[in-house]
Design a binder for this molecule. Structure first.
Ligand SMILES: [Ca+2]
Length: 351
């Protein structure tokens, strides 16, 4: 059924699932973990490599500990070995104000750092509104190379961290996403609007934008109508400061039936209007048990599309995703439109 195996494997390998929790005995002994990323090094989802790390929010001492364990399968642009370190930032906020880094590990695409970076004075309020960005960076000094963009990055919204409980992650790195500087800092020189040391002023948790969806179970047609209406303030993924967004839908599991749809592409906009409707046939009670995965992408001619953000709708989802799904699949012929914040993290911290 799969007409787009890349996307399919990306979603399945990144979708929320139970992650192993480790005990608060954090930094001393890295625990052996099963590798949740299946084979397929050539798969797009693992193209930049993976990063293993552990987060612990020590609420009593107002500290956030981030232990960078190791990376695997890094892909440096220059061939040969690579010297790397992990850089951490708390967003939103100016990058430099919250920047921490590990030491550099030399000469390997599978570096082991086992180093803990600590943010002191990290409060519950911070946990509620901050996102941790981790970048794997090449250290240019040791080989006298030019400073290059990070080999990959990932972002973890911290609001769902359970205080005093360490959590381990093994996550695919994503392509570096540059953020537009506020207007006051703009210059008129095109690409210089996008800088390594960016200033992030967006609202935490909605920095990827939001999407307006409608749901209605039609008793007359015997199925679910999903409307992709519009998106707002999407993250820019192209060098021109815009994206070419489109939306993919995936109903899971829907074996043997049509499970995937996608909208048309809207060019060069961060506020696309789609107004497209899609149909999933089936009894209401059966559909209510399924999960609708909605993801927003930036179309790129000639290269892989960039992932912008996603939302999950199911009875087991959280927030609007659960509310919307349960409301519309708990009744027939009740149409409801709802805005959903897009999650830019490749997984969700769900308990
Ligand atoms: Ca594009």
């Amino acid at each position: 059924c799969c007409r787009c195996p890349q996307w399919c494997s990306f979603i399945l390998s990144h979708w929320p699932g139970p992650r192993p929790a480790v005990t608060p005995a954090l930094c001393s002994a890295p625990q052996p973990q099963p590798d949740p990323e299946p084979e397929g090094d050539s798969d797009d989802s693992t193209a930049l490599g993976t990063l293993e790390f552990t987060l612990l929010f020590d609420a009593d001492n107002s500290a956030l500990h981030c232990t960078a364990h190791r990376a695997k399968g890094l892909k440096p642009p220059a061939s040969g070995s690579v010297d790397t370190y992990v850089k951490a930032n708390l967003l939103p906020g100016t990058s430099k104000a919250s920047q921490l880094r590990t030491r550099t590990v030399r000469g390997t695409r599978g570096p082991v750092w086992e180093e803990t970076l600590t943010y002191h004075g990290f409060t519950r309020q911070d946990a509620g509104r901050k996102t941790l960005r981790l970048c794997v960076c090449e250290d240019p000094r040791l080989r006298r190379r030019r400073r290059a963009p990070p080999l990959g990055e990932l972002r973890v919204p911290l609001r769902k961290l359970v205080p005093n409980r360490a959590r381990s992650f093994d996550v695919c790195l994503e392509k570096r996403r540059l953020t537009k500087r506020p207007k006051s800092l703009d210059t008129a020189r095109g690409m210089s609007l996008y800088e390594e040391e960016e200033v992030e002023a967006e609202v935490a948790g909605e920095e990827r934008g939001r999407i307006l969806l409608s749901l209605c179970y039609s008793s007359q047609r015997g199925g679910l109508l999903v409307g992709v209406l519009r998106c707002a303030h999407l993250a820019p993924m192209d060098a021109n400061g815009y994206s070419d967004p489109f939306v993919r839908l995936f109903l899971h599991p829907n074996v043997g039936k049509k499970s995937k749809y996608k909208t048309s592409v809207r060019r060069k906009t961060l506020n696309p209007e789609f107004n497209e409707e899609f149909f999933y046939a089936g009894p209401r009670e059966e559909l209510a048990q399924k999960t609708l995965l909605v993801s927003v992408w930036d179309y790129d001619l000639g290269t892989a599309d960039d992932f912008i953000g996603r939302v999950q709708l199911s009875s087991r989802a959280s927030g609007e995703g659960q509310q919307h799904w349960s409301e519309c699949l708990g009744h027939s012929d009740r149409r409801l439109e709802l805005w959903h914040p897009l999650d830019g993290a490749p997984f969700q911290l769900s308990d």
